[in-house]
Ligand binder design. Structure first.
Ligand code: PEP
Ligand code: MG
Length: 759
């Protein structure tokens, strides 16, 4: 990055020449009629960087709810475009928008209003100058430049930026909709949104918008003082979580989740990262936020939904720590008005528990899914949850009326009287349905015609063991071992791993636990592991391919499994197996470890079962041989669908294009299950498919007797199982396996409705 400290000390003539050259370029771009606005802007910001010799030029535009969205940049991370948001008034850019006047700042990190957005990668920049983009006095956005070296922005430079902003206002007035959008009543909008249904239910109430803390001072005076503040806050958070844990009315779900928090609080790696930033000169708050930002960014890149969802827990914990650092009393229950609909950009489970839950009728999140811990807690209180509307926490104002339909996936903001009437009757119907689900949940998972279905959970953190003591599920069908590896600074040793796995087997008592060996690589990157920079990592050096090549890692993990299961049954499963030879090699590694432990006179597991995941299609053509070698098969439908349909599971443009309920996919599943049944070995589905009621119904129809799902889905799946007649459904589904339609989804939906199946 080049130095720019002298850039703006030009002679008047030189400045004039620069201005003219730049304005000519901008006008030319603006006038182009056949180029999309976004492309024009990209060209313009690049031109500004080039001609003004700055390091960054960015254009933010106003979105509904007075939010500024990063719309184009040259110099900041490309990936942060459309993904970085600031409220008007938030941060330096927000301040320019709020005050609607050009401003320049030096040493931005020391500025009280500065807000660090880690996804932009703006760590190196020290100066910022920006101007509002206005059209007929309506704010459309902000245009700003930044440099690495401190820079003095002359009035001429700010004037030039203002002229460019005027030129941009013409092309932006069509897309920047926030401030010009028509609002109804006293600043309140009527609106209907399509939302993701996370926990079903219907609710009517008034909005309460949950706000996260805003960072204060960034640069510290004394390192020692900041370390002391951090230690005090860390201890306070730990005490607070322990206090919450000791409350008599804590459910098992909540206990498990809070124990995960303790794991994070005691994590040396995280603590060291924060300390490093303090030593770099940041305040404790800024250091905590920086480490959270970095961790969040790392986790966001992971497509594995399970791990991605831990982001919210981590943010919740960070927020608690920040509150302590800022002297706020966290443990006081936050009062809410009656019939509150809690709206949040993101919300951790402990943050939810800080509120008076009895007053929350529904939760609206910007991003959410079934396995988020806040969702698990909400489920234990029967609170409906919807998600998926970007910026909803900025669009909605406190006290807005919200009608949440988490059954059909709609959210009404300040709805009409007709919608309100409709909601009253829906709420009544829903109450009846809820009673029915509650009656079913304590009963065994057995179909109407007497087929037992083994319901298992996918786990990977202490909080997933929450229901260990309840009869709700039969065991852990997939224990993902990656997480402790991903959150450590270095490879955990055998002793550390043994302790983790032992805890799992102890909690589960006699219930079986299927331990999966490390499934790293691809998007699950270990910070201390070599990164090969592969072009196509999902199909690259990952999972069993890594652990077979780095046999010591595999053997260490297998040793830890053996030790953790001494005197008990051990189930080991290998991921991403592509050839039978790979399975044999992995199995041999396990046998070597078993022999080694035996020779040393160490106690061994009383029985060992060795299985494979079926995620790579090549195994489909080796099934007859495979079943002779393995004790069980577990189908990872997430990866299997990705490879079978050739659709990247992390690419949102295509991941809904093909359906796992297509005849082709179902026929393949049927074949695998039947081949396993004929060979007398167990066959389970442990991909997300098993967590979705309609998909799980199809699996039961295909003859599967064992499924493993995210813990949050257990209740509904149990209710589903108890309302299915397996043999009737089997004849129906088998009849349609050779259909040539793209998906059997509508057909299965109608079948479920006609046969009163709980989906
Ligand atoms: C799968 O691929 O279906 C699976 C369960 O593994 P993961 O989601 O951890 O890749
Ligand atoms: Mg997988």
């Amino acid at each position: 990055m080049q130095s720019t400290s002298t850039t703006f000390n030009r002679t008047v003539t030189a400045q004039k020449a620069v201005s003219e050259q730049l304005l000519k370029g901008v006008r030319k771009e603006v006038r182009k009629s056949d180029v999309a606005t976004e492309n024009k802007l990209n060209k313009i910001v690049s031109e500004i960087v080039h001609i003004l010799k700055v390091d960054v030029c960015s254009c933010y535009i106003v979105r509904p709810g007075d939010v500024l969205e990063l719309y184009a940049t040259k110099g900041l991370n490309d990936k942060s475009v459309h993904d970085t948001f600031l409220r008007v008034g938030e941060g330096l850019v927000g301040e320019i928008a709020l005050k609607r006047k050009p401003q320049s700042f030096n040493n931005i990190w020391e500025h009280a209003s500065f807000v660090y957005k880690p996804e932009t990668g703006e760590t190196h920049f020290n100066s910022l100058a920006g101007v509002p983009i206005l059209h007929e006095n309506v704010l459309l956005g902000v245009l700003c430049v930044q440099t690495v070296e401190p820079a003095i922005y002359t009035n001429e430079t700010l004037d030039l930026l203002q002229i460019i902003a005027m030129a941009l206002s013409g092309i932006l007035s069509g897309i920047a909709i926030g401030s010009v959008e028509k609002k109804i009543g006293v600043g309140r909008q009527h609106k209907k949104f399509e939302v993701d249904k996370i926990i079903s239910g219907i609710a009517l109430g008034r909005a309460f918008v949950h706000k996260r803390l805003v960072l204060g001072k960034v640069i510290a005076g004394s390192v020692t003082k900041e370390i002391k503040r951090l230690d005090t806050a860390m201890k306070a958070v730990e005490t607070e979580i322990n206090q919450m844990l000791s409350k008599p009315n804590m459910s098992e779900e909540q206990t498990g989740i809070l124990e995960t928090y303790l794991m994070f609080v005691r994590d040396k790696g995280w603590h060291n990262k924060i300390l490093k930033s303090i030593h770099d000169g940041l305040t404790a708050e800024a250091s905590v936020q920086r480490s959270c930002g970095e961790m969040t960014e790392r986790m966001r890149l992971i497509t594995d939904t399970y791990i991605r969802e831990r982001i919210h827990d981590f943010q919740d914990l960070t927020n608690r720590l920040m509150r302590h650092l800022q002297g706020e009393q966290v443990s006081v229950v936050k009062k809410l008005p009656k019939n509150t609909i809690l709206v949040a950009e993101s919300l951790g489970p402990a943050e939810l528990l800080d509120y008076d839950i009895s007053r929350i009728k529904a939760i609206v999140l910007e991003e959410g899914s079934q396995t988020m811990h806040v969702v698990i807690v909400a489920r234990s209180f029967n609170i409906p949850v919807v998600a998926g509307v970007k910026n909803i926490s900025s669009i909605v104002l406190n006290d807005d009326v919200l009608a949440v339909d988490a059954d059909d996936g709609f959210l009404y903001l300040n709805p009409s009287d007709e919608v309100l009437d409709e909601f009253e009757s829906k709420i009544k119907i829903h109450r009846r349905l809820q009673n029915r689900l509650e009656q079913l949940s304590g009963l065994p998972a057995i179909t109407l015609d007497g087929v037992d279905i083994s319901l298992n959970i996918n786990a990977g953190l202490p909080s997933d063991l929450i229901k260990a003591k309840s009869a709700m599920f039969d065991g852990i069908g997939l224990y993902r071992t990656e997480l402790p590896f991903m959150s450590s600074e270095q490879l955990p040793d055998v002793k550390e791993q043994t302790a983790i796995y032992q805890r799992v087997t102890q909690e589960m008592k006699d219930k079986p636990v299927v331990f999966r060996t490390l499934d790293i690589g691809s998007d699950k990157v270990l910070p201390y592991f070599e990164n090969k920079g592969e072009k196509n990592p999902a199909m690259g050096w990952r999972s069993i391919r890594i652990t077979l090549d780095r046999r010591a890692i595999l053997r260490g993990q297998l040793r830890a499994f053996i030790r953790a299961c001494a005197g008990k049954k051990l189930h080991v499963m290998f991921p991403m197996i592509t050839t039978i030879e790979e399975f044999r090699q992995a199995k041999e590694a396990l046998n070597i470890e078993l022999c080694r432990e035996r020779e040393k006179g160490k106690p061994l597991p009383k029985e060992v079962q060795i299985g494979t995941m079926l995620e790579v299609p090549s195994l489909l053509f080796q099934m007859e041989s495979l079943v002779k070698e393995v004790d069980f098969v577990s189908i990872g439908t997430n990866d299997l669908a990705q490879f079978l349909f050739a659709t990247d599971r992390s690419n949102s443009m295509i991941w809904t294009r093909y359906d796992t309920l297509s005849p082709a996919f179902l026929k393949m599943l049927r074949y695998v299950n039947t081949t396993c049944q004929q060979a007398g070995i167990s066959c389970c589905v442990c991909g997300e498919m098993a967590s979705r009621p309609l998909e799980c119904m199809a699996l039961i129809g295909l003859g599967f007797k064992k499924v493993s799902m995210n813990p949050g889905a257990l209740g509904r799946i149990k209710a589903l199982v108890r309302t299915v007649n397996q043999s009737q459904l089997e004849s129906f589904i088998v009849r349609h396996l050779s259909d040539t339609t793209e998906t059997l989804r509508p057909l299965l939906q109608s079948y479920a409705i006609d046969h009163d199946i709980f989906i």
